[in-house]
Design a protein around this ligand. Structure first.
Ligand SMILES: Cc1cc2nc3c(=O)[nH]c(=O)nc-3n(C[C@H](O)[C@H](O)[C@H](O)COP(=O)(O)OP(=O)(O)OC[C@H]3O[C@@H](n4cnc5c(N)ncnc54)[C@H](O)[C@@H]3O)c2cc1C
Ligand SMILES: NC(=O)c1ccc[n+]([C@@H]2O[C@H](COP(=O)([O-])OP(=O)(O)OC[C@H]3O[C@@H](n4cnc5c(N)ncnc54)[C@H](O)[C@@H]3O)[C@@H](O)[C@H]2O)c1
Length: 476
């Protein structure tokens, strides 16, 4: 005989989005039920952001010595113990895990059910022998790696983001299929950890980024030794003797065979919705996820969807932003809606690449020639010179009158620097607000101020200004 549990809100999925809703709802006094089938913390903690950034941090340490001589310091090439690098990754995850744990959430008053839930009606979910009835449901079941139909892949051993971080044998030659953020971040880290790395991208690597900024990243990664092939057409893959794998490409000069030790598939994501029986709940889906309106309500008004399953952006900060929208709608009945005008993203290659709002291309499509493009290079910033981090630029797009439409940054700490532009866009600040900021010297933040200042350069140094200064007799 099964058990029946009732509550105010029931969340399916204890990852970035689901945990934020659960913590918020229970702290606001709602009777909250959380269902998690896998590991608490979801992709971000266990197989995504946290392990990848920890690996990137280790790779940065390994790379640190390479330009030591430029600073007058002699250093030997480091020895990388890949297994111990993965110990570090595991240790970082373990340090964060208590924050996302069943114990913490039960302590907050949440009823946590372990198991995979599925809808059995418009207001009812089944988890094992337990039935949950709640006034509101939230689908936050995330995504998993999409596996492309490459001939031979099923018979060939390959890694994904779900298995790579438990591999303790350093790849001699890592072949990465897919040049999106996952492929490029992990490729870049492995180059620095001493692996030969080849990236096979069917179209364009980091294709969502402004081509001018993306090129800077590709140039740097290639200079460090990554073999990045764009427009790559994979004919087939196959296992070879001695734990090797083989990838056959169709190239301009005919077929080419690459031999590798490890294959990483990073070709996008599939949302976890097939096993939820969403039809039983009256929730419509598309090929890529759950249909939601601007309030993140599904076609069943009592059920919300957030994070990767809702899209359109698949980031941890999108999932937690969604959580805030759902809490306002579900608990306070406020008609809060999503607004992505100031939605940022960062890819943690070195240099990092970050953006918020419109890029040049989108702004030209929307406003034609009526935009201003401002640029400022890292090379002209004194702090960047002192640190020898002179690669990169800030690029800002404004309307003719100085409304900030978007910004993109490639360079050291781009992910930190982009945040000012997010605030400026969300608060409707004009470019003058950033140009008149007093930025402490010497900081990277001055690059933002100088990019904004470029808006005034043509006016400041115009003949009109020169005439005005003469008229006022300032130098007379
Ligand atoms: C390698 C990698 C690196 C990334 N790096 C970044 C980054 O640097 N910054 C960033 O912002 N984003 C990053 N992301 C993206 C980020 O991890 C996701 O966007 C985010 O985790 C999505 O949150 P979510 O709540 O939608 O899903 P998840 O966090 O994946 O949580 C979904 C949870 O639902 C559970 N579940 C699934 N089905 C059921 C069911 N039927 N019943 C109960 N539970 C279920 C799963 O077990 C999982 O725990 C990265 C992703 C990857 C793969
Ligand atoms: N720093 C971050 O915030 C971060 C880091 C990693 C991932 N993420 C999130 O995870 C999402 C998924 O990342 P992703 O890199 O897996 O997906 P993606 O969709 O961004 O990129 C996948 C790439 O694989 C290529 N591809 C697909 N099939 C191929 C094939 N058969 N052969 C060769 N290339 C092929 C595509 O053309 C595409 O460029 C991202 O969109 C992002 O939202 C974020």
């Amino acid at each position: 005989m099964g058990t029946l549990i009732t509550g105010d809100i029931c969340i399916l999925g204890g990852g970035s989005g689901g945990l934020s809703v659960a913590a918020g709802a229970s702290q606001m006094g709602a009777k909250t039920i959380l269902i998690e089938g896998g590991k608490m913390g979801g992709d971000c903690l266990n197989y995504g952001c946290v392990p990848s950034k920890s690996l990137i941090a280790a790779a940065k340490k390994a790379h640190g010595y390479h330009d030591a001589a430029d600073f007058g310091i002699s250093a030997a090439a480091p020895e990388v113990d890949y297994g111990r690098v993965m110990d570090h990754v595991e240790d970082v995850i373990a340090g964060i895990a208590p924050h996302d744990s069943v114990e913490r959430f039960e302590g907050l008053g949440v009823t946590v059910l372990k198991g995979y839930g599925r809808f059995v009606g418009r207001g009812e979910v089944q988890v094992g022998e337990t039935t949950v009835r709640a006034r509101r449901f939230v689908i936050a079941t995330g995504s998993r790696p999409a596996i492309p139909p490459v001939p031979g892949l099923e018979e060939t051993p390959y890694l994904t983001n779900e298995t790579l971080f438990s591999n303790r044998i350093r790849p001699d030659h890592l072949i990465v299929i897919g040049g999106g953020p996952i492929g490029m971040e992990l490729a870049a880290a492995h180059v620095r950890l001493g692996c030969k790395v080849t990236v096979l991208e069917a179209f364009t690597a980091l294709s969502r980024e402004d081509p001018e900024l993306r090129q800077v990243v590709l140039d740097c990664l290639r200079e460090e030794g990554a073999d990045i092939r764009e427009g790559a057409e994979i004919v087939r893959v196959a296992p070879k003797g001695g734990n090797q794998i083989e990838v056959v490409l169709n190239g301009p000069a005919g077929e080419e065979t690459l031999a590798g030790s490890h294959l990483l598939v990073a070709t996008g994501r599939t949302t976890n919705i097939e096993d939820l029986d969403l039809q039983a709940a009256g929730v419509e889906t598309t090929r890529t996820g759950v249909v939601v309106d601007a309030r993140l309500r599904t076609t069943n008004r009592k059920i919300f969807a957030i994070g990767d399953v809702a899209g359109p952006y698949q980031f941890t900060h999108a999932a937690s932003y969604h959580a805030g929208i759902v809490l306002r709608n579900a608990l306070f009945r406020l008609p809060a809606k999503v607004d992505y005008a100031a939605f940022p993203r960062v890819t943690f290659t070195d240099p990092e690449i970050a953006s918020v709002g419109m890029d040049e291309d989108a702004a030209r499509k929307a406003f034609g020639a009526d935009i201003t493009v401002l640029r400022f290079p890292y090379a002209e910033n004194d702090r960047a010179r002192a640190d020898r981090k002179t690669t990169g630029l800030v690029k800002v797009i404004t309307s003719r009158k100085g409304r900030i439409l978007g910004a993109g940054i490639v360079g050291y700490q781009a992910g930190e620097l982009i945040q000012l532009w997010g605030l400026a866009i969300s608060k409707g600040l004009k470019i003058g607000a950033v140009a008149s900021l007093i930025a402490p010297y010497p900081t990277y933040g001055e690059i933002n101020k100088r990019a904004a200042g470029a808006f005034y350069t043509p006016k400041l140094f115009s003949k009109g200004t020169a005439r005005l200064v003469r008229f006022l007799g300032l130098f007379g």
